[in-house]
Design a protein around this ligand. Sequence first.
Ligand code: BTN
Length: 254
Amino acid sequence: QRNLATEYIGHEIHHYSEVDSTNNVAKELAEKGSPEGTIITAESQRSGKGRRGKKWISPHGGVWMTIILRPDIPTSQAPLLTLLTGVAVAETLKRECNLDVGIKWPNDILIGDKKVCGILTEASASKRGLDYVVVGIGIDLNVNVDDFPPELREGATSLQRELEKEISGVKLVQNFLLNFENFYNDFKNGQFQHILNQWRRLSTTIGSTVEVQKRGRTVRGEAVGITKEGVLILEMPDGSLRKIISGECTHFKG
Ligand code: BTN
């Protein structure tokens, strides 16, 4: 913490050896009034949460962290925070670890075609607008993915595996928080375009054929762009355009 160069992100840190989920702890703290920039970290999570109700395996050796944010933005812009966080993680891994990382819409950070980090954003909103947002980040740092269940093992990797050495989580997190704060300040100053451009540059989704599960149906089209709200635009085989707000996105190889 002493080497943290940020202005406010990570100035209040709640560190636990084990929690159920850092996102859940963050929501409780946010309800009690914890300030913007508060972070919650844990060495392991008993019931880490992935998107769409999935489990997120969180043993020792990973980075399991949640940031509390209180942005003054319309609720419709909350998904942009996921994109912003993805850009900050990807830039950090590129710079610190010299890795060629990509982002799969909306929130998977990939090395090659294997996932190394996931982001889970949860927002609390009322009629008056957004109250707070918690952004959970899970990075498979020094984690042995061979211990993962078979269905997850194949699509996952860790930084340790990619770099063939253990790396310091503290330094990585400090650099990430600084990158994150810079992007977040840009965002609060209305510089969405800069973030979206970065996202597009890092995206492995734009330009590829993707399948998205939407209300139990599979929609397949070519990802041609994202809107300024972070919504994915698919071009369908008949040339029409469809907007995809969220959903599981599979890059279609075939
Ligand atoms: C996903 O890709 O499905 C999102 C995974 C998000 C995992 C992180 S780990 C820290 C935070 N706490 C949780 O329970 N989940 C997020």
